[in-house]
Design a protein around this ligand. Structure first.
Ligand SMILES: [Zn+2]
Length: 372
């Protein structure tokens, strides 16, 4: 299984593989899961990251919508502390905030943990709190999660789907000044275009796919992909089959509707531990999907990567798996150790070594080191 990447590693400098978005911190915090050791479940732990060749990842500081009214900033701080504790206690893990730090960690054979906040409600409408997050090492912020907030609209929130408020524009400008990347995954189309109008720095979509191939509102249109490329930014293609294939999405949504009594019961059971409830729901749904549905394969993921490359150019496409945040992966992937299959599929598609390196990590490293 590791043969293709193994060969790549032997023949040349190991590529830096950087994942734009993994959702592991919630289980590290809520379930006290130690990812230094190999786990029997989930998609990510340090031994499996190393086995899969994943050098670096943005650990998502995902703030659930339930904290919208109170506690959002503290929730972000607690998640950040959980990632920092991993870097402090596991000699194989280094906290990174720059491309050089990622390359340094890679050269030492270590894993680089980057921090990205998901859900702008985390700053509780305060630029000072935004600054604090930057000082703690956060290098991108996804302006919304599925919920819109007071200053930005979300693609999945019918009550708040408009664009940036005047304060929202200030947030984008302040992020530009700090050198914190603006992440437009999850935002509404109106917010997307407002960001493009305001930003002076490269914009990323840390974990999104292509609307031309699958019409999910979380995905980006070709016009949006082109606009992102014009800022110098990068889209990390999401691995979630629900975003990759409309037919699968319809079947999946029917299955989720059937499972609603069971998933509601899980949410009720883990009321104060959103990480644990999300993880338990994903596990249940994942088992049922595997038993009942035909899951799109890696070639469907690569089709989205390929489409983004056609539309944006190869300098603007990366990986944004959503590992540990999604219930199912493209077949036959099982976790991060399956990444060599994606690398092999890209090479089979005819991408050169240089282009493969760009997609795997160099493009994200470029925007991480973009001059202010
Ligand atoms: Zn997300």
């Amino acid at each position: 299984m590791g043969l293709a990447l193994g060969l790549l590693l032997v023949l040349q400098q190991p590529p830096v593989i950087l994942d734009g978005h993994i959702d592991t911190p919630q289980r590290m915090l809520d379930m006290r899961t130690d990812i230094s050791a190999r786990l029997s479940d989930g998609h990510i732990d340090v031994p499996r990251m190393k086995e899969g060749g994943l050098t670096a990842a943005f650990f998502s500081i995902w703030v659930d919508a339930r904290y919208r009214r109170a506690g959002a900033f503290q929730r972000a701080l607690d998640l950040i502390a959980a990632v920092r504790a991993l870097a402090d206690t596991d000699p194989q893990v280094e906290l990174a905030t720059t491309a050089d730090e990622v390359r340094g960690a890679a050269a030492r054979g270590h894993v680089a943990a980057l921090l990205g906040v998901e859900g702008g409600h985390a700053i509780e409408n305060s630029l000072e709190r935004l600054d604090s997050l930057y000082r703690l090492g956060v290098r991108y912020m996804t302006l919304t999660w599925n919920n819109g907030n007071d200053w930005a609209g979300a693609s999945m929130d019918p009550r708040r789907s408009g664009g940036l408020s005047p304060f929202g524009k200030q947030v984008v400008r302040r992020m530009n000044e700090l050198g914190m990347l603006v992440d437009v995954s999850h935002v509404s189309d109106a917010t997307f275009w407002d960001v493009i109008a305001v930003t002076t720095r490269p914009v990323i979509a840390s974990h999104s796919a292509c609307r031309a191939l699958a019409r999910h509102p979380r995905n980006l249109s070709d016009a949006q992909l082109r606009a992102l490329a014009r800022t110098g930014g990068v889209v990390g293609i999401n691995f979630y089959p629900v975003f990759l294939d409309d037919r699968f999405r319809r079947e999946y949504e029917r299955l989720r509707a059937r499972l609603k009594p069971e998933t509601d019961a899980i949410h009720a059971r883990y009321q104060d531990r959103p990480g644990e409830s999300a993880f338990a729901v994903d596990r249940l749904v994942g088992e049922r999907v595997a038993a009942e549905l035909a899951v799109p394969g890696i070639e469907r993921l690569v089709a989205h990567i390929d489409h983004a490359v056609q539309v944006m150019g190869v300098d603007h496409v990366g990986l944004g798996s959503d590992f540990d945040g999604i219930s199912v992966l493209p077949a036959p992937m099982k976790d991060v150790t399956s990444l060599p299959l994606v690398v092999a599929a890209l090479r089979a598609r005819g991408y050169s070594d240089d282009d493969v390196r760009k997609i795997l990590g160099e493009n994200f490293l470029r925007v991480l080191s973009a001059p202010g």
